[in-house]
Design a protein around this ligand. Structure first.
Ligand code: CO
Length: 657
């Protein structure tokens, strides 16, 4: 067994050439399952193996932050703070690390400084030692407060370069960004290659320049997506990077990090020595090999191990599946190639932001809207507008002036630090919430970051254990497992698998109730459920029979007769409005509010100036204010607030003034 050394954050220094310690951060408990399992690892899973992981001899364990916080609350019904405390109580040897989105903390927008400060204070108290702090735009003004707070509360502040490829992202530019962060007091610097596009040669050049021009210890974080990451690590380490990010092999590869076992084998013949306990690694490997099939929502069998497309368009893997999903929602999946062509143009228009949360979402959806609407920037989400206003930070390169004018009209971008515009949030953060739901200060911070999701969780937590609705992640897993089951026996031959699943699920749910027979109208069938099982028959044709009472309960074991059910009356077609209308530019949800955060609704009789917003169509999680084409009066709202609308569906009938 190799000798283990415990390394503290402050120890990242380059030793003598004969024995250069190579620090390895294990991302298995954060990035790896975020990349491979849609972040669905449970605290229980972690607690089964944490002692062994802690004994491996890693430089640090990345266990918190990124998407884990949101997913804990939303899908796992877990308190993320409790996860952190539990890990800390057992991982005594290895520093714990988190990924922090600078002023965005763990959310998708900037938060005021008081929230950043308390979040970091509590994260340190609960067990985070190392904070990897990044900003999607590499705007150091968005990192400043977070770095200062981490230092104030005694943590290790790791600055970050969000790596991307563009005409303005040169080695000189990255060195400048690094120097700004060094001046702010960072202890080490991470090159964060979220898409897996950092080539070995580019890594060698970038690390060499940073080593030459700064004294800062360097760590490299890459993803195996394009297949280059392990070679990239080799070149980066040879150029002077002292630490790399890996995951245990069953949680590595694909869009996750390179496997730690592979990297150890590669470096075993060099001066670099990671001193990890191979026996412990084998135990960790075995554990995750067995766990993976029970947690993975999408098995990789059908995926390419290597995604060569990422090398062409530089779009991170997760973002591509999002784009496909968004196009599918709009019934425009056939336009995916047009979106791939449009995306780099949007990125250039908006000053080449790196594609990472939240800019990946903002840029991706604008590209989708430019393609779907047929006219570039005729439809602009509030988020893109905020981006153009500078509310996310400074774009890496100047934006296209004509496009900005089209997006902003007469509004002027801000020039200062975006968070300076935000009022402190903590004094009245939980106003209006039942105080019994808030148990500790950490809850207030969770609520500030994800108000709806946290409140939902608090309410769930407040219920007696036996009355809590099922955990969403369990429901998903059941669905997934059921979908993989072979088709049921042919009792109901013309039912689709999905119908049968829904019905079986219903039977599961009501299994404990006493009932003789339930008849459901589903699609074109009348489905009867009784003691002998499920049967179905085609529906009586529309308008034919009067509704029949459910058939009396048949004796157990005798086949149930399908009951006749009245067919649904077809919806009355809405009379087309006579005058001009404002139509939905894309599929989405209609809101009467003229803009996000504007409580007053537009109503019939209101006069709207040309270009002013009348309503919102929310699509792809972004809010799109819909503008009046000319000065007009609202004659009638044709859709109810909060209801779905289809592309080209009239939403508001108007009269030209
Ligand atoms: Co990553």
């Amino acid at each position: 067994m190799t000798k283990k050394t415990t390394i503290k954050p402050q120890d990242i220094v380059r030793d003598s050439i004969n024995h250069i310690p190579l620090r390895i951060t294990d991302t298995t408990l954060r990035d790896a399952h975020q990349s491979l399992w849609a972040t669905r690892m449970r605290t229980d899973d972690i607690m089964h193996i944490i002692d062994v992981i802690d004994s491996v001899g890693y430089y640090s364990l990345e266990v918190w932050g990124g998407a884990t916080f949101d997913v804990c609350l939303r899908f796992l019904r877990e308190d993320p703070w409790e996860r952190l405390r539990q890990i800390k109580s057992r991982a005594k040897k290895t520093p714990l690390q988190m990924l922090l989105r600078g002023q965005n903390i763990l959310g998708y927008k900037n938060y005021p400084d008081d929230v950043v400060d308390r979040f970091i204070a509590l994260a340190v108290q609960n067990g985070v030692d190392i904070f990897r702090i990044f900003d999607a735009l590499n705007d150091t003004r968005n990192l400043e407060v977070a770095i200062k707070c981490v230092k104030k509360y005694g943590g290790h502040a790791q600055g970050t370069i969000s790596y991307t490829v563009s005409p303005v992202h040169t080695v000189e530019n990255y060195v400048k960004v690094a120097k700004e962060q060094i001046a702010m007091g960072i202890d080490s610097l991470c090159i964060k290659d979220m898409a897996g596009i950092l080539t070995p040669i580019a890594a060698e050049r970038l690390v060499s320049a940073l080593v030459r021009e700064t004294k800062i210890p360097i760590q490299v974080h890459s993803h195996a997506t394009s297949g280059m990451a392990s070679s990239t690590y080799v070149e980066a380490v040879r150029a002077g990077a002292g630490a790399i990010d890996c995951a245990i092999s069953p949680m590595a590869g694909f869009s996750s990090q390179p496997p730690v076992e592979t990297m150890l084998a590669i470096f075993s013949e060099t001066h670099y020595n990671a001193s990890l306990d191979q026996d412990a690694l084998r135990q960790v490997c075995k554990f995750f090999l067995e766990l993976a099939p029970t947690r993975q929502l999408n098995a990789h069998a059908a995926d390419n191990i290597i995604d060569p497309e990422v090398l062409l368009h530089h779009i991170p893997g997760g973002m591509i599946s999002n784009l496909r999903g968004q196009l599918a929602q709009q019934g425009a999946l056939d336009k995916i190639d047009q979106v791939f062509d449009e995306l780099p143009r949007v990125r250039a228009d908006l000053g080449y932001p790196p594609l990472v949360t939240p800019t990946s979402q903002i840029i991706g959806i604008q590209a989708v809207m430019n393609v779907i609407s047929g006219e570039r920037y005729s439809l602009v989400s509030q988020e893109v507008k905020d981006y153009a206003l500078g509310l996310y930070g400074r774009s890496p390169a100047p934006m296209d002036k004509a496009i900005v004018k089209k997006i902003l009209g007469k509004e002027k971008p801000i020039t200062g630090r975006p968070a300076d515009l935000l009022k402190p949030m903590l004094p009245d953060a939980t106003e209006g919430i039942d105080p019994k739901l808030i148990r500790k200060e950490e809850d207030i911070i969770s609520y500030c970051l994800f108000p709806e999701v946290a409140l939902d969780y608090f309410k769930w937590r407040a219920l007696p254990t036996d009355q809590r609705p099922p955990i969403p992640a369990d429901v998903e897993l059941k669905k997934q497992r059921d979908a993989n089951k072979p088709a049921p026996p042919s009792a109901v031959p013309f039912l689709a698998q999905a119908d049968y699943d829904n019905i079986s699920h219903l039977v599961d749910k009501i299994g404990s109730l006493s009932f003789s027979q339930i008849t459901i109208q589903h699609g074109g069938s009348a489905i009867s459920i009784n003691a002998s099982g499920v049967t179905a028959a085609p529906l009586a044709t529309a308008g034919s029979a009067a509704p029949a009472a459910p058939a009396p309960a048949p004796a157990a074991g005798s086949p149930a007769k399908p009951a006749a059910v009245q067919a649904a009356t077809p919806a009355q077609p809405v009379a087309a409005p006579a005058g001009p209308t404002i139509n939905a530019p894309l599929n989405g949800t209609f809101y009467r509010s003229p803009g996000p955060g504007k409580p007053e609704f537009c109503k019939e009789g209101d006069v709207i100036e040309a270009g002013a917003s009348v309503c919102i169509v929310e699509a792809m999680k972004l809010f799109n204010p819909i503008k009046a084409p000319f000065k007009c009066k609202i004659v009638k709202m044709l859709v109810e607030h909060g209801k779905p609308v289809k592309k080209d569906e009239p939403m508001v009938s108007i009269e030209k003034l």
